[in-house]
Design a binder for this molecule. Structure first.
Ligand SMILES: Nc1ncnc2c1ncn2[C@@H]1O[C@H](COP(=O)(O)OP(=O)(O)OP(=O)(O)O)[C@@H](O)[C@H]1O
Ligand SMILES: [Mg+2]
Length: 245
């Protein structure tokens, strides 16, 4: 059972694109230092939910609270300042800039000129980026660019880091690297909300999971509870995602 007070609390969220409502009353919670995973098939409404939390798209109804503060109608900038940073799905880095300049961009929300003091910790966490600090990001592989995108989120020192399918299209080793860094960050007290298609891998790292189906939470629980639930098997029966390990 989850006992601590939630850091993020989403209550009865509804989101629509024009007349089409695609999120129909999602409620979820993320706790400090907890690795929370959102699973669900393509088009289930995962990214839409995340964008609404981050203030990137309007909410039709519902409430978002962060550390006891109502952020339902806050601007994306205020949401970042409150401590929520989202690494967008398929996030691309600035390929014409160096790795280090890409990282400094991640500090701009709080330090407009860039905060170099934060680089040392990031290079400790991501030694592969330290080696390439002066290279243009265009010279990185796809996997390294995605690691840079995650690092760009981490350097802002969010209290909640939201990662939308950071593993999409990447080799298994890179995926493992991203998930293990995320686990490490959680152990250091950061909360993570991760969307992932690779069910087995995600469940291995998760502390708590939500399964989203057509804009609703179809199941929620610990990885063990989710694995035992029929809903997971029904959702992915015959789907490619179940095979992802
Ligand atoms: N900008 C948009 N305008 C209109 N409809 C959209 C828009 N973005 C997403 N949708 C629709 O909303 C629904 C939910 O999409 P969403 O991107 O949230 O799904 P998802 O769970 O993130 O899927 P995926 O795993 O493919 O990333 C889908 O039916 C999608 O077609
Ligand atoms: Mg998505």
């Amino acid at each position: 059972m989850r006992t601590d007070k939630p850091l993020l609390k989403v209550h009865d969220l509804h989101v629509a694109y024009g007349k089409a409502t695609v999120v129909h009353g999602i409620s979820l919670e993320v706790r400090n230092g907890e690795f929370t995973v959102m699973l669900g098939r393509n088009g289930a409404g995962k990214s839409t939910t995340l964008h609404a939390i981050s203030g990137l798209i309007p909410k039709k109804a519902g409430r978002v609270e962060f550390d006891g503060r109502d952020l339902t109608n806050a601007t994306p900038r205020d949401i970042v300042r409150a401590g929520i940073v989202q690494v967008l799905e398929g996030h691309r880095v600035f390929t014409m800039l160096t790795v280090e300049d890409n990282l400094l961009i991640g500090t701009y929300a709080r330090s407009p000129g860039g905060d170099r003091a934060k680089l040392a910790r990031i290079y400790e966490l991501f030694p592969e980026l330290k080696e390439k600090r002066d290279d243009h990001a265009s010279r990185l592989s796809g996997g390294q660019q995605q690691i840079l995108a995650v690092a760009q989120g981490v350097i802002g020192e969010p209290r909640l880091l939201i990662l939308d399918e950071p593993s999409a299209g990447l080799a298994p080793m890179v995926i493992d690297r991203i998930l293990s860094v995320a686990s490490e960050l959680c152990k250091g007290g950061m909360a993570i909300l991760l969307v992932e298609q690779l069910v087995e891998k995600a469940l291995r790292h998760a502390g708590y999971c939500y399964l989203v189906e057509t804009g609703r939470i179809a199941a929620a629980g610990t990885p063990r509870e989710i694995q035992a639930s029929d809903v997971l098997h029904q959702t992915y029966l015959g789907g490619h995602a179940a095979a992802g390990t």
